[in-house]
Design a protein around this ligand. Structure first.
Ligand code: DGJ
Length: 455
């Protein structure tokens, strides 16, 4: 199957078109992803994605206060790059119960039942010791509106922790579930998707965070091994029938890369032949600072592999993807520094220096100004490499030719490398002025590099 489109391989005719495929917004795995309308990192961990009329809804866990249940959040996007916070679909109740205080509510997944017109959400429901091991079900009339929580139970009386959902071409729904007394199972849902009908297949093998995608006539089931929040080499198996036979579980990312430090949570179909691996890069000591590792999968018959890209782009209309654009790197310490901003030491930064004292109170007003030259005008994804030693996010205004947006910068306290934060902007052909300054009298991050795609 052909999978890859090279954005740089624009034909001569295409080059004459504005931007060609060169000036695409990009997905930067592992970066801080600031939601368009909140100015904060996306809180949708362990998510699932459901698409409706060209809009993608990312539904996942709020983890701002750690591992215990806070809310199930919904974000929307038409390009998989810019995400708008739409609201909370389920929130913690004051009274005791499945969604009450001190509960574990993980891996929300939504599929639409075409017979009833209802959106059905399945969740992992547990106590803080993970001893309940139940599934929960909620329903909504709209994909990203209010959901009514129904009940929790053990599917077919089996323990169930990490879950996934899958809707087959014939409309049948399936629960993917990890049972610590046995292994991992596929269970067929009832016609209304509100319960479980029967077991379709079971492995005496533990695959957590199961995610299933069908490409052509082949089903691919992805999962992780059992290492808590720590990443491991994730595995997959394939079959032409959900009831098997399934192939041996096998790694798909380079062994030892621990799946590029991530755990699969969803696999999104792309076009007819492709699919996107979507994983969580958990930060166990600061779960809110967990990031998302999205990468294109390579399918070769029933074999699947996953390569790393610092950045890459997706063409949703064509159902294809392309490797990232070549970039120029501008050092923070070489930028024009204003106010109290000054060069600081930064052991994990390029050149071991950064632009520090960005922002600060009104008297400080530190900022770094970069002159950015590109050949063509167009939309691009800038990456700011930075350090933020706080536990909480920091914020900065990134303005391009005077147009500012608020960008979040997750903690890098747990990292031995600089962090990355993305900002999607429009550049003009020729000279552009990019200024990184403070927001609300707070300190911004120490700016290591501004990474600019060459368009
Ligand atoms: C691994 C699971 O995949 C996560 O969702 C979470 O439950 C952690 N275990 C908790 O250790």
């Amino acid at each position: 199957m052909s999978s890859m489109m090279h954005p740089l391989h624009c034909g001569f005719g295409a080059l004459l078109l504005a931007g060609c495929a060169r000036a695409a917004l990009e997905i930067v795995p592992g970066a801080t992803w600031t939601a368009v309308n909140t100015g904060e990192h996306i809180q949708a961990h362990g998510f699932g994605i459901i698409e409706e009329d060209g809009t993608y809804y990312m539904i996942g866990e709020e983890k701002t206060d750690g591992s215990l249940f806070q809310a199930v959040n919904c974000y929307s996007s038409s390009n998989l790059v810019e995400w708008t916070f739409e609201g909370q679909l389920l929130t913690r109740t004051e009274e005791e119960g499945d969604l009450g205080p001190n509960r574990i509510v993980e891996r929300p997944k939504v599929i639409k039942n075409d017979q009833t017109g209802t959106y059905v959400m399945w969740l992992h429901i547990d106590d803080p010791d993970y001893a309940d091991a139940r599934t929960g079900v909620a329903t909504g009339d709209t994909v990203c509106g209010e959901y009514e929580y129904h009940e929790s139970f053990r599917p077919l009386d089996r323990q169930s922790r990490d879950i996934g959902l899958f809707k087959d071409d014939d409309g049948s729904g399936y629960l993917l579930t990890e049972d610590r007394e046995y292994g991992t199972r596929i269970m067929k849902l009832t016609d209304d998707y509100l319960g479980v009908d029967s077991e379709t297949f079971g492995w005496e093998y533990f695959a957590e965070s199961p995610a299933l995608v069908k490409r052509g006539d082949t089903y691919f089931l992805f999962g992780s091994q059992l290492t808590g929040w720590a990443p491991n080499d994730n595995i997959y198996t394939s079959a032409t029938s959900l009831s098997g036979p399934w192939s041996e579980w096998t790694e798909f990312a380079p062994v030892g890369s621990v799946t590029y430090r991530s755990q699969v949570n969803y696999v999104l179909p792309l076009g007819t032949d492709n699919a996107i691996y979507m994983g969580d890069r958990w930060q166990e000591t600061n779960l809110a600072a967990s990031t998302y590792i999205w990468l294109p999968l390579n399918f070769n018959g029933a074999a699947v592999t996953l390569d790393w890209y610092d950045s890459w782009s997706v063409d949703l209309d064509a159902g294809t993807w392309g490797s990232g654009l070549p970039v120029s790197q501008l050092e923070g310490e070489a930028a024009e520094l204003n106010g109290d901003a000054t060069v600081v030491d930064c052991s994990r930064c390029s050149g071991e220096q950064a632009a520090g004292y960005i922002g600060g109170d009104e008297g400080a007003n530190g900022s770094a100004i970069f002159s950015v030259d590109v050949e063509n005008a167009g939309p691009v994804t800038l990456v700011v490499k930075y350090a933020n030693g706080d536990t909480a996010q920091r914020f900065a205004a990134v303005s391009v030719n005077g147009e500012a947006q608020t960008v979040a910068f997750l903690s890098t306290a747990h990292l031995d490398e600089a962090g990355s934060s993305v900002v999607h902007v429009s550049l003009e052909a020729g000279a552009n002025v990019v200024e990184i300054s403070g927001v609300n009298n707070g300190w911004g991050p120490d700016v290591d590099l501004l990474v600019v795609p060459e368009i």
